[in-house]
Design a protein around this ligand. Structure first.
Ligand SMILES: [Zn+2]
Length: 299
């Protein structure tokens, strides 16, 4: 490969959150603890040698992270929609700006947006009673965030795991409502088995498609006839299994991908966010991913 392969993360990272400390912060109106969690996530990712890191999405799970900051949403046991969903100011931008200050030179930052379809499907709707309308209002609010975010990050990644369960007929339009006209490169992450929806995925208005090729290796065959069409972020270590893949195993996996996709393999990453792994395991997987990338790049 002439072009260098970049290592990346999908989004979330497991850090050791001290709940008692956060409760104390809350009642004393301090916010300082969060910066330490972002520091832990960024530290691990950069120490492992990852080229495109995230802020670790430590503040909240990926649904609440957005729902908490949007008008029209209320967090109870689940996210409830109780009014028009609208932007209410920056959501992830402050954490991204802080993460940016921690990065070594030449390390890129991924801004992660939970997709509008996944936000809709994870909510209980007491207001719209029209799934498509709710989706597009989420998309408009996320578009606002993306416009703010692109000044601070090097890649915007839209995380839409629900697309692998069921793809709405307006999926392409929905993603475009966020990405059209952005100056920042974009990536669509859909984990799960996407083999049935590849013809639709390759039409998506993003620069890179990101899928879990490690947990679902049959995707190699499913993608074969579309392999020249899109740039790919290759899932190369599992996010749902504590076994740490060896460097050799990851190199073999990447070579298999390159044999099919050629230079369209532009990034390697974990299959999904690493939130559910122990921190040591997540770190070790990133280290091996990075070492495998260096071998492929001829370093
Ligand atoms: Zn995922």
């Amino acid at each position: 490969m002439k072009q260098k392969l970049k290592t990346s993360v999908i989004g979330s990272y497991p850090v050791c959150i001290d709940t008692l400390e956060l409760i104390n912060d809350y009642f004393s109106e301090r916010e300082s603890s969060w910066t330490r969690y972002i520091e832990q996530a960024v530290h691990d990712m950069t120490t492992a040698g990852i080229d495109f890191v995230s802020d670790g999405q430590t503040r909240d799970p990926f649904i609440q992270l957005f729902a908490r900051k949007l008008r029209g949403c209320r967090i109870r046991d689940r996210t409830e929609i109780i009014g028009h969903v609208e932007c209410n100011g920056p959501i992830t931008v402050p954490d991204q700006k802080y993460a940016r200050t921690l990065l070594p030179r030449n390390t890129g930052l991924v801004g992660v947006l939970t997709g509008p379809y996944t936000l809709t499907k994870s909510s209980v709707d007491f207001f719209y009673h029209d799934e498509k309308e709710l989706c597009f209002d989420f998309a408009a609010a996320l578009r606002n965030e993306a416009v703010l975010l692109q000044k601070h990050v090097d890649l915007i990644s839209i995380d839409e795991p629900f697309f692998s369960n069921e793809l709405p007929e307006y999926a392409e339009e929905l993603v475009g409502a966020i990405t059209n006209g952005l100056s920042c490169p974009t990536r669509l992450h859909v984990c799960g088995d996407v083999s049935r929806i590849i013809p639709q995925l390759v039409e998506m208005p993003v620069d890179i498609l990101s899928h879990e090729f490690k947990a679902s290796p049959h995707l190699f065959e499913s993608f074969r006839e579309y392999s020249c069409l899109r740039k790919i972020c290759l899932g190369a270590v599992r996010s749902d299994d504590v076994r740490v893949e060896s460097v050799e195993e990851i190199v073999t996996h990447i070579k298999k991908a390159i044999a099919i996709f050629g230079e369209n393999i532009v990034q390697i990453a974990p299959d999904c966010g690493q939130r559910l792994l122990p921190r040591e395991t997540a770190f070790h997987k990133l280290q091996n991913l990075s070492a495998a990338g260096e071998i492929i790049n001829g370093g």
